[in-house]
Design a protein around this ligand. Structure first.
Ligand SMILES: Nc1ncnc2c1ncn2[C@@H]1O[C@H](COP(=O)(O)OP(=O)(O)OP(=O)(O)O)[C@@H](O)[C@H]1O
Length: 212
């Protein structure tokens, strides 16, 4: 269970966010500028909250009052962004294995063949990222994140750079990951259709505040 109770000001924007995020896919929705990405960055450790606490179970990610701060690479958050951000000089297989190598000290995690099967990416393994479609590249990015043995998956508008056909192609894979990966997913999106289809639970932000 991820728990957050934080306040953070950046420029004139003031975020106040308290929530417990458990198993399944929790969508974080709301209009542009509501603070969705800021919440995700605070969980990932890319922004240090000025006030409050973030923890996953017993592991404290940040506690402003006690001056505690766990750096991003020790949080074991798998992150998928709007663009796949694959390493261009590595093949798909090497990109996937890189994720696996990164957190190997935390145990064996999920096996490469299982992820390849889950995401339907066997035909892509020896290709360079440059000639993948956007949907294929996002499936590889998701596989790389899952292979890093994460305790939590963070996705920031992972479909928003794709056209409708590519979105439809990747949605069933996201459902499979949601139902079988066994890690909580925090999924930022402003697309209501995606939220309706994928979310077990929906949190809505507006102007830095959670709606009741
Ligand atoms: N580094 C920064 N300094 C000052 N203000 C910032 C900074 N980064 C973001 N903001 C502001 O914080 C607010 C929240 O931004 P954030 O990116 O979290 O919103 P969002 O809900 O993810 O929006 P979108 O859906 O457009 O991505 C916005 O008003 C934005 O302009």
């Amino acid at each position: 269970m991820l728990s957050l109770d934080i306040r953070h000001r950046q420029g004139s924007f003031d975020l106040s966010f308290a929530a417990e995020i458990g198993p399944g896919l929790t969508a974080l929705g709301g209009p542009s500028g509501a603070g969705k990405t800021t919440v995700l960055k605070i969980v990932a450790g890319l922004i240090r909250p000025q006030i409050g606490r973030v923890a996953f179970g017993e592991t404290v990610f940040a506690d402003a009052a006690r001056g505690l701060w766990l750096p991003p690479h020790q949080r074991r958050c798998g992150v998928v962004f709007q663009e796949a951000r694959l390493f261009p000089h590595l093949t798909v297989r090497q990109n996937l294995v890189y994720g696996q190598w990164f957190n190997r000290r935390f145990g064996p995690g999920v096996a490469l063949p299982d992820i390849v099967d889950l995401l339907g990416i066997a035909p892509l393994l020896d290709r360079p990222p440059a000639n993948l479609s956007g949907g294929e590249a996002q499936r590889v990015a998701l596989g790389r994140a899952l292979l890093s043995n994460p305790r939590l998956l963070l996705m920031d508008e992972p479909l928003s750079a794709l056209d409708t056909a590519r979105k439809d192609e990747i949605l069933p894979y996201l459902e499979r990951v949601r139902d079988s990966a066994g890690v909580p997913i925090l999924y930022v999106s402003h697309a209501q259709s995606e939220i309706d289809r994928l979310a077990n639970r929906v949190l809505r932000l507006e102007a830095g505040r959670l709606l009741p």
